[in-house]
Design a protein around this ligand. Structure first.
Ligand code: PEP
Ligand code: MG
Length: 758
């Protein structure tokens, strides 16, 4: 903002402040406002249009015919005023009639005025009105005048809302109509359909006060907020925590660049000098940048713009003290959550009943937040670029994570079509539910074990709901992720006992904590506190557990005590070498000996197992076979290591196909090495829950799958429709002589048998 603009704005603001503080009623205030602005900007005309009942109505004017007040009304998108509201954009025209959207309204008597400038009055990112000025001379308004107008428009939005001049619903409800329907594409991470209103994980701050009482105090608030924000950014940069959200190096770099950008600070300070509060100044500068950026059509810049938006919002949240995420504010209606990325713990903070879907700008199929969402049955669409540019808080959304699209502000036709699909989906779900009591036996009589993956107490109910054969993977770290501090041993014991009790006769395979990777805990960090460059290949899972053996000891005791008198199934994650398995088992042996010595009741049987997630272990299965009762293949990690492709990296999310010859041959080798050994072999990665992938796994020789609960129905359906021996022999052929595309070969194979698989 130039010094002149600051001066002009301050002058107007001081006078507006007086108007607003006066005891007159709202209409009188508006009449005064147009006089003040007209005088200060030396304009013959100044008018205020406000959105009422979906129409922009002339509420006050200086210079136009007074008879037109509350009479002249136009739709959003109609005429110059309607265009400004529709696009939330400023217009500055030397000759109004030359603009294609110009529309003459005879009742206003505006024909003698040539120049026209108008700015939107914005509330919660929506135009709720328009402030315009007109001149007899055909001249464009100067930049400083436009800036002064924009600042005044912010003040007006406060006055308008405080005076109840517009329906508050209009300012955040879906019906404002400023922007039409929009459809965006992404990558399906968890299938499903959902409808709800857009809720931003990091909510936008609503600015309550625009005009400052004390400019110096506002300046101090901004200085402090900048300091805190910079601290936060620096901390993020030095902590592994930053990796949790999957945010990238480049984002962090841009954050840092903006956070320390002097131009940004200066502009905010100038806006404060003009008489705005700290919040209004930040928002004002942001609006200005947004408008400038909109004129530059460059996708790279648009990306950076989002980063700046993020940061500006962060600064606003700090300065206004509105720091929590949307989870803390609570979901009031059925909601679809929007975020750049989320950590699993952040997702779990939301009310499961109200959270209907998640849309991420990043995200990948096997990141843990997605696994958690899958377990919760919440559809997730990822990699929706530019999402926050199109969707605003409160917009109605239709999330179609079957066809990888999301519709914002959908037309009635689209809503109807969606309803029909919803109904079909419900029918399909009902058909799957009907399979609950039927066993997954193939046409050639093979009984496949279909179990579920779980991690939270509530998940156990899914055994009964799906008729699964038990819990093939209980991710014990979820309890750690949802706690603010390390869960005490007693709490762990209680959870494990409850889970086993709820599972009844069906087995539960507890996996000891797998933290690290994309599941970091703020209260458990590596001693040197350094962020890891490759956390999924770093200090995680058994590596942490063996080093911090207090953690594993407590968990071992909790599991042994919880399983007193029953069978305990325990498996260790990320085993790379047999000695790691031995070391972990020794911790259990130690605790068992302790309990025996104390004459405590111990489990009747203990079955130990390992997860095969690291390719190296596949080379030592001969040594492992005698040590373990079961082996579970964690394909999420295994495939990331086989392809050297980080499972949380959105850029790689769709690069490699699980149905690749390499993976299938690798898995086949594992099956072969354990043939004839008494080791239960299961696949518990996400791929087992997808019909086509499951078909391939059965073909490779697996007979046990542990999958997300929502997949039990579809997988049972698949098993019951196929001949396992037939797919095995087909797979044998393909692995010996690979087809050009294994996925296509499988689809064809299924199609020939009348199966349409997802
Ligand atoms: C896996 O890696 O496939 C697995 C099941 O474990 P997680 O997804 O928890 O790492
Ligand atoms: Mg894993």
């Amino acid at each position: 903002m130039s010094a002149g603009a600051v001066e002009a704005a301050r002058n107007i603001l001081t006078r507006l402040h007086e108007v607003m503080a006066s005891r007159s009623h709202a209409q009188a205030k508006l009449n005064n406002v147009v006089e003040v602005i007209g005088e200060c900007l030396d304009s013959e005309v100044c008018s205020i249009y406000l959105l009422r009942e979906g129409m922009l109505e002339l509420f006050a004017t200086r210079g136009l015919a007074q008879e037109a007040v509350h009479v002249t009304r136009m739709a959003v998108g109609e005429g110059l005023v309607g265009t400004i509201a529709d696009n939330i954009e400023t217009l500055n025209l030397a000759e109004a009639t030359a603009h294609p959207d110009f529309m003459y309204r005879p009742e206003t008597g505006e024909e003698k005025f040539h120049s026209f400038a108008g700015v939107p009055i914005v509330r919660r990112e929506r135009a709720v009105g328009v402030l315009s000025v007109q001149h007899v001379d055909p001249r464009r308004y100067e930049e400083i005048e436009i800036e002064a107008l924009q600042t005044v428009a912010m003040v007006l939005s406060e006055l308008i809302v405080n005076a109840d001049l517009i329906d508050e619903d209009v300012s955040h409800g879906p019906s404002a109509g400023q922007t039409g329907p929009e459809q965006l594409h992404g990558l399906t991470l968890v299938k499903g359909l959902a409808a709800g209103v857009a809720v931003f994980h990091q909510p936008r701050v609503t600015i309550e006060h625009v005009v400052a009482e004390n400019t110096e105090a506002e300046r101090q608030r901004v200085i402090m907020a900048f300091e805190r924000m910079r601290e936060q950014i620096d901390r993020m940069a030095s902590q592994a925590e930053f990796g949790v959200g999957g945010e990238h190096e480049e984002v962090l770099e841009t954050y840092k660049m903006f956070a320390y950008d002097e131009g940004w600070t200066r502009r905010i300070n100038e806006a404060i000098d003009s008489g705005l509060t700290a919040e209004a100044a930040i928002e004002r500068v942001q609006q200005r940048t947004r408008m400038r950026m909109r004129q530059i059509d460059d996708p790279l810049l648009a990306d950076r713009m989002h980063d700046l938006e993020d940061l500006s919002n962060r600064l606003l949240r700090i300065v206004s003290g509105q720091i929590g995420t949307a989870a803390q504010l609570g979901l009031k209606r059925d909601a679809i959550l929007i975020a750049r990325n989320l950590g699993p713990a952040e997702l779990l903070e939301y009310d499961r009943r109200r959270l209907k879907g998640v849309i991420l700008e990043e995200g990948s199929l096997t990141s843990h937040v997605v696994i958690v969402a899958r377990a919760m049955g919440i559809p997730v669409l990822g990699r929706v670029r530019g999402l926050r540019g199109f969707v605003r808080e409160g917009d109605p959304l239709l999330l179609d994570a079957e066809q990888a699209t999301v519709a914002a502000r959908p037309s009635p036709g689209l809503v109807e079509a969606f309803e029909a699909r919803f109904a079909r989906n419900r029918e399909r779900q009902a058909a799957y539910a009907a399979l609950r009591d039927l066993e997954p036996v193939s046409r050639d009589g093979q009984r496949i074990a279909v179990m579920i993956n779980a991690g939270l107490r509530d998940d156990v109910a899914n055994i009964a709901m799906t008729g699964a054969d038990g819990i093939g993977l209980f991710r014990t770290e979820f309890q750690f992720l949802v706690s603010a501090t390390l869960p005490a041993r007693e709490r762990q014991t209680r959870l494990y006992r409850d889970v086993m009790e709820a599972a009844g006769d069906k087995p539960v395979l507890f996996r000891t904590v797998d933290i690290g990777g994309d599941k970091t805990l703020p209260y458990l960090r590596h001693d040197d506190g350094e962020a890891e460059e490759n956390p999924s290949m770093g200090w995680r899972a058994l590596r942490v557990a063996l080093e911090r053996d207090g953690l594993l000891k407590a968990q071992a005791r909790a599991l042994l005590e919880a399983a007193a008198g029953r069978t305990l199934n325990v498996m260790f994650p990320m085993v790379c070498e047999p000695w790691e398995f031995d070391a972990a088992k020794a911790v259990f042996d130690g605790q068992l000996a302790f309990l025996r010595q104390k004459k405590k009741m111990v489990p009747e049987t203990i079955r130990y197992g390992a997860m095969l997630e690291v390719p190296a272990l596949a080379e030592q299965l001969d040594a492992m076979a005698s040590r373990i009762s079961f082996l579970s293949i964690g394909t999420n990690d295994l495939t990331q290591f086989l392809f050297a492709a980080d499972r949380s990296n959105p850029k790689l999310a769709a690069r490699y196909d699980w149905l690749s010859t390499s993976i299938m041959r690798f898995l086949r080798r594992i099956v072969t090495s354990l043939e004839g050994k008494s080791v239960d072999l299961t696949v518990c990665g996400e791929m087992g829950g997808r019909q086509l992938e499951a078909l391939a796994l059965l073909g490779v020789g697996f007979g046990r799958l542990s999958i997300t609960p929502a997949s039990v129905g579809p997988i049972k359906e698949l098993v019951r429709k196929i001949d396992v021996s037939e797919i095995r022999s087909a797979m044998q052929g393909w692995l010996a002589e690979p087809p050009p595309d294994l996925r296509v070969a499988l689809i064809d194979w299924a199609a020939k048998r009348g199966l349409q698989l997802d």
